[in-house]
Ligand binder design. Structure first.
Ligand code: IMP
Length: 178
């Protein structure tokens, strides 16, 4: 168990389980994109650790780039607007794989896909380490999924709780109240 801020978390996925899955995803992507012009785009901050381990298992020539999502509230309504920032790689005419740490409601990837499509890539797919199917209400389901998980808060391996816990090697789940 680990304590982060005011919350207690218990082990959910060990570092061995994560690395095994990351290796298998890397092999699958390398096979699917063989002979193709591919750019991996990792979404910071959360995906930094997953992207590093995934890329070590990519055995084909590939570019990697990093983006961030800025969130702000629109002036005319209360809906949160998410905007892609930092894309400095040309993706026109290339295959893109977006690397995410977690897909929850799907809002983030839907917005990112709209922004990326404007740059005329040949294709865009999403590879996420974690996916919460029960929380998902988006349009584009992730194409490559490491683990489908229940709808509970997780931390570690890049994922944070109030910016803490990203450095943990394993993934922990919020401990249920007893
Ligand atoms: P979505 O737009 O609802 O799919 O949420 C995606 C973002 O929410 C992720 O990139 C994370 O930053 C954050 N998030 C969603 N669920 C969790 C969680 O269980 N732990 C930590 N961050 C989460």
């Amino acid at each position: 168990m680990v304590t982060i801020g005011d919350k207690i978390f218990e082990i959910f996925l060990t570092d061995d389980e994560i690395l095994q899955e990351t290796t298998s995803l890397g092999k699958q992507l390398s096979a699917d994109y063989e002979e193709k012009d591919i750019v991996f785009i990792a979404v910071l901050n959360g995906a930094f650790m997953f992207a590093a381990d995934l890329m070590k298992n990519i055995s084909i020539p590939a570019e990697i780039s990093f983006v961030k999502v800025s969130s702000y509230t629109g002036l005319t309504n209360s809906e949160e607007v998410k905007e892609l920032i930092g894309l400095n790689t040309k993706i026109e005419g290339k295959h893109v794989v977006l690397i995410e740490d977690i897909v929850d409601t799907g809002n983030t990837i839907d917005k990112l896909l709209i922004s990326l499509e404007k740059e005329n890539p040949l294709s865009v797919k999403v590879c996420t380490l974690l996916y919460k199917p029960e929380a998902f209400k988006g349009i584009h389901k992730p194409d490559y999924v490491g683990f489908s998980i229940p709808n509970a808060f997780v931390v570690g391996y890049g994922l944070d709780y109030n910016e803490l816990g990203r450095n943990l090697k394993a993934i922990y789940q919020l401990k249920k109240e007893e």
